[in-house]
Design a protein around this ligand. Structure first.
Ligand code: EPU
Length: 422
């Protein structure tokens, strides 16, 4: 297992290109199951989660080819599709559940392994099941697998979700594109990745309105066609790299960055004393003088502060002037980075869904362990600002969601390298 070695080395200055969004690509790829014609995604990120989704689609009978070193993915579901998503692949990545809606729409039945819990929470599937049941699917759990059947095909319906789940919105919208009649999803999630999915489905001939609002209306069509679609910018990778100069000082331009993808996050950076300006090619982030100010953060569904940036924001607030409170409202167990940051000298108290961070002047390097994707990158950010060396182990989590992280940070003057086999 590889580790990442980071040495605190002063301000960062330079330019970082932001990749296409992992979480958009992971829902755009299963959309290929909705059409017999090829779907091509450009601006795809090169990540292990994308390779896992590739394996899953291939196991279902989809032909997948990667061009331009993985930046372009072409998929074709023209041949017979196998309805079974096997536990061996699904257990590696929860987003595998995004084949459920498309398989049901395409075949009228699907057998998809339950993903199981993960480090950040139990993450049940009840909202997905209720949403697809509203479209006429009968779903039962047998031997760890969801067996879903829609005799006579899916039928349009009005459904309100109990919580605006991102994945359940994606499954419902994809399934409803081929259902008979009109479907309306209320309390839908509004994340940019859903807006991107709808833009792609529309290119494929779907009739959808209201994406980015809490009510999405889908008019079912008989068939969808092939399309080519560019994956939206990864707002979480963007926010992560915006925090690098915020933590270390300096000035970094993030190419492809957009404030509208991260408005709540940008407001918090502003309150902390970090300057964010729009440039012709993205966003420029700078911290010139002095310590950052403490700010309170509550994670919420979009357009609120993203849970996927909470760990990285905590790394920033560890050295802020004053006390900050972070409240995690999306996942019940997403503070596993706090004890690791404390090994670096951070002063944090965690109680239930709240973490209180008392800013210290400096963190000190230490060996630490990554527990999940966003936690791992928060430890790297903290290490960049700490005195001495930080060795982050278990970085396979990092490779799920960040491409070429060492290269991108090194280009701005960071001292960071991968150490094989730790
Ligand atoms: N939930 C349920 N029942 C369900 C579905 C969700 O109780 O049927 C709960 C979850 O347990 C969680 C909350 O609802 O507490 C939010 O879950 P949601 O379904 O919105 O999240 P998701 O679709 O599983 C996506 C991202 C996550 C991101 C969340 C929230 C993908 C592939 N994953 O997950 O990304 O944190 O939305 O924004 O899109 C990451 O990239 O590090 C990551 C974890």
């Amino acid at each position: 297992m590889d580790s990442i070695l980071v040495k605190g080395n002063g301000p960062l200055n330079g330019v970082i290109p932001i990749a296409g969004a992992k979480n958009a690509c992971l829902t755009l790829m299963p959309a290929t199951l909705l059409s017999e014609e090829p779907l091509t995604l450009t601006n795809a990120p090169r990540l292990s989660d994308i390779r896992t989704m590739t394996q899953l689609l291939q196991s279902l009978g989809v032909e997948v080819s990667a061009l331009q070193a993985g930046k372009v993915i072409t998929m074709s579901s023209h041949s017979d599709i196998n309805p079974v998503a096997d536990y061996e692949i699904v257990r590696k990545m929860r987003a595998s559940n995004l084949v459920l809606g498309p398989l049901l729409a395409r075949l009228g039945h699907a057998v998809v392994s339950l993903p199981g819990g993960c480090a950040i929470g139990a993450r049940p599937m009840d909202i997905h099941i209720d949403a697809l049941a509203a479209l006429g699917a009968e779903i039962d759990l047998r031997d760890g697998y969801l067996h879903a059947t829609a005799k006579g095909g899916l039928k349009g319906a009005v459904h309100e979700m109990r919580f605006a789940s991102v994945g359940a919105t994606e499954n419902f919208v994809m399934a409803a594109t081929l259902a008979k009649g009109t479907s309306v999803l209320k309390n839908a999630a509004r994340e940019p990745e859903i807006v991107d999915l709808v833009a792609c489905l529309r290119r494929m001939g779907a009739e959808i309105e209201g994406e980015g609002t809490p009510t999405i209306t889908i008019q079912g069509v008989d068939r969808l066609r092939g399309a080519t679609h560019p994956v939206v910018t990864d707002r979480i990778e963007l926010g992560t790299y915006m925090l690098a100069p915020a933590i270390c000082g300096g000035e970094v331009e993030c190419l492809g960055g957009r404030i509208d993808l991260l408005s709540a996050f940008c407001e918090k950076l502003d309150a902390a004393g970090i300057s964010v300006t729009e440039t012709a090619n993205g966003l420029k982030v700078a911290r010139k003088n002095g310590r950052v100010r403490a700010v309170d953060v509550v994670t919420e569904p979009f357009p609120g502060f993203p849970t996927d940036l909470q760990a990285q924001m905590m790394a920033l607030l560890c050295t802020a002037e004053g006390t900050s409170v972070l409240e995690e409202k999306i996942f019940e167990n997403r503070f596993m980075h706090a004890p690791e940051l404390m090994r670096m000298g951070a002063k944090i108290e965690v109680q239930g869904g709240h973490a209180t961070v008392h800013g210290v002047e400096k963190l000190r390097g230490a060996p630490v362990m990554a527990t999940d994707l966003r936690a791992s990158v928060s430890l790297i950010l903290a290490g960049l600002a700490a005195e001495g060396e930080t060795l982050v182990s278990r970085v396979y989590h990092l490779d799920r969601g960040y491409e070429r992280v060492e290269e991108k940070l090194r280009a701005c003057g960071a001292q960071i390298e991968r150490v094989a086999g730790h």
